[in-house]
Write a protein that binds this ligand. Structure first.
Ligand SMILES: *Cc1c(COP(=O)(O)O)cnc(C)c1O
Length: 423
């Protein structure tokens, strides 16, 4: 404990912690490549990419340069009535990278806000007369996670999310069971029938389906069948229900495809991006949509009712444009595929361990699901002593390293998982 961590402990909230009995926080002094350097000089190999973000590693010269160059011009200007080159360049890149129908870009300041904006677009589309006037609800699948703001929270998993705490303040949406079929497996017709029945029965109310394609992230790290996604997308089309793909975690190569929707050949009506968008440098997210939705929102002559203060922040958009250039010019497919093979091989060893319920790997994501909740404080301490940074939650120990990680470093991460399985 230092004066700094003492102050931190008393005065600063960390994600999902209590002020009364906080988990310890380690002071990071700097970071480079895949290494976090603690104040006491210890170095940790990063297995989290700072929650899906730092795909190129930390302190990247090209990304540093992009921020510094933009900083010399302007750090920020309002986006009402003004525009700038980094925002336009980034939007152009996103329009080029994503499927052709996605032509319109709204820059939000965090993933949760991008989800709020997508929901708002879908509701306004219907309310403005482009869809069904009474369609004011969403349909989603259990086990999802879409962010911490109220609109997003209302479509998170109703059990492991925060519904209970805020039930009276949240709109009631429609939920389908978490898809049972794993990634790579065929979907059972029973699941699709349930979805179809729900859509048919509540078609008047359902403005859009919102889901995380293929990988449900913070709601349980579950990888589900591409068939399921394909069938849901087809049902949405048949019933004229919009499809919102929340690719905030999965976007930009993490699952082995640039976007997870590609596993199913699906093009959503709305796409939410965030996290890795800036390579982990600054907070930025985007909601993209088709011409039909973008113009439908204003079918009654109105405007899209959203406009954050820091919309399209120049520093953030400049570093995001550079991050996407780096990604596209890198051999990311080969890197992610190599990480996938190594994770499958090395985490696969734990599948028979008595404390382990399941091991699953997709792209640069590895998950070891334990039978019992992980004692985070104790396990975290062990990981740090072993020189790795992994942050378990619930029963899950998961790895999603920067794409640039070397096999020897990844090996240290997968070896360290054993420390959480002993007693
Ligand atoms: C992290 C995440 C969000 C929320 O993003 P924030 O930037 O934390 O607001 C939304 N959806 C998914 C799928 C996420 O993984």
């Amino acid at each position: 404990m230092t004066a700094l961590t003492d102050f931190d402990r008393v005065h600063l909230w960390h994600p999902y912690t209590s002020m009364t009995d906080p988990l310890p926080a380690f002071e990071v002094e700097s970071a480079a490549g895949v290494r976090l350097r603690l104040r006491d000089g210890r170095e940790l190999i990063d297995g989290m990419a700072s929650w899906w973000c730092a795909i190129h590693g930390y302190n990247h010269p090209a990304l540093n340069c992009a921020v510094e160059d933009q900083l010399a011009k302007m750090a920020h200007v309002m986006f009402g009535g003004l525009t700038h080159e980094p925002a336009v360049r980034l939007a152009r890149t996103l329009v080029d990278m994503t499927p052709a129908p996605l032509q319109h870009v709204f820059f939000a300041d965090s993933g949760s806000v991008a989800v709020e904006v997508a929901i708002k677009m879908a509701l306004q589309f219907h309310a403005a007369g482009a869809g069904r006037a009474g369609a004011d609800r969403l349909l989603t699948i259990r086990g999802g996670y879409h962010g911490d703001t109220f609109g997003a929270m209302a479509v998170c998993d109703p059990v492991n999310g925060m519904h209970e705490r805020f039930a009276s303040a949240l709109p009631g949406h429609f939920f389908l069971d978490r898809p049972a079929a794993r990634f790579g497996a065929a979907v059972e017709s029973r699941e699709i029938d349930a979805a179809e029945q729900m859509m048919r029965e509540h078609r008047d109310r359902i403005a859009a389906v919102i889901l995380e394609p293929i990988v449900q992230g913070a709601g349980g790290m579950w990888f589900y069948s591409a068939d399921y996604l394909r069938e849901i997308a087809a049902l949405c089309q048949r019933h004229d229900i919009l499809l919102i793909a929340d690719e905030i975690a999965t976007g930009f190569g993490r699952t082995g495809r640039m976007f997870a929707c590609e596993h199913a050949g699906v093009v959503p009506d709305l796409l939410c991006l965030g996290k890795a968008l800036t390579g982990g440098y600054l907070t930025l997210a985007a909601t993209m949509t088709t011409e039909r939705v973008a113009h439908g929102v204003s079918a009654d002559g109105g405007v899209l009712a959203h406009g954050p203060t820091f919309m399209a922040n120049p520093l953030a958009t400049a570093v995001a444009a550079e991050s996407l250039r780096l990604l596209q010019e890198s051999p990311w497919q080969a890197r992610v595929a190599a990480i996938e093979r190594q994770l499958a091989d090395e985490l696969g060893r734990y599948a028979q361990h008595p404390a382990v319920a399941d091991v699953r790997v997709l792209g640069a994501i590895g998950v070891v699901e334990c039978r019992q909740p992980v004692d985070v404080a104790r396990v975290q301490q062990r990981f740090v002593e072993a020189g790795v940074w992994l942050r378990p939650f619930g029963r899950l120990i998961y790895l999603m390293p920067p794409y640039i990680i070397e096999p020897a470093d990844l090996r240290r991460l997968t070896d360290a998982v054993a420390l959480a399985l002993g007693d």
